[in-house]
Design a protein around this ligand. Structure first.
Ligand code: KMT
Ligand code: NI
Length: 167
């Protein structure tokens, strides 16, 4: 998984990503069941669903892409496993620098709750991804909270910043 600062393209290592709470694994996209089950058990993930992001498979493609690219956070982890195609997650460090993370087939990424981020496709405009969700909720809550007046006062944001204050 390649990552770099958007402003100067300086590389960001997976250890650095770990430090800001972004977890990642590389699984075999053709044979992942055993490894994925292990991660699900360890991290208490339940729900699985597949999204196919392309102009021909998503009726409201442009609208969805616009939405994904607005800076937002969630109250729960965002867990995505890229089964095919590719995409970028941009995540904000606590000092608000953008880090771009390039995801390709086989990449499994976890963004912590309360971290600001956005998603976009690459020039190929295609990604097929599995969405996973923590088992603490009956139903997955995908709702984004766009960055704005209220997002900074959310409990999940405060909790995330606490994890970053020791670095
Ligand atoms: C999101 O919430 O930003 C997404 O689901 C992105 C598309 S899945 C790789
Ligand atoms: Ni999101």
């Amino acid at each position: 998984m390649k990552a770099y600062y958007l402003d100067n393209e300086q590389q960001v290592s997976t250890t650095d990503l770990d430090r800001i709470g972004v977890l990642n694994w590389k699984l075999n996209p053709e044979d992942y069941e055993e490894d994925l089950k292990k991660i699900e058990q360890e991290r208490n993930y339940g729900h699985r669903s597949i999204v196919n992001l392309s102009e021909s498979t998503l009726p409201n493609f442009n609208e969805m892409m616009k939405k994904f690219f607005e800076e937002h956070l969630h109250e729960f982890e965002e867990i995505r496993f890229i089964l095919d195609g590719e995409g970028y997650f941009d995540v904000r460090e606590k000092d608000d620098k953008w880090i771009r993370i390039e995801l390709v087939k086989g990449d499994l990424i976890v963004l912590p709750a309360g971290m600001y981020h956005r998603f976009t496709l690459t020039d190929t405009k295609y990604a097929k991804a599995m969405r996973l969700f923590v088992n603490t909720q009956k139903e997955p809550i995908w709702t984004p909270v766009n960055r704005g007046e209220n997002s900074d006062s959310l409990e999940c944001r405060k909790e995330y910043l606490k994890t970053q204050s020791v670095n």
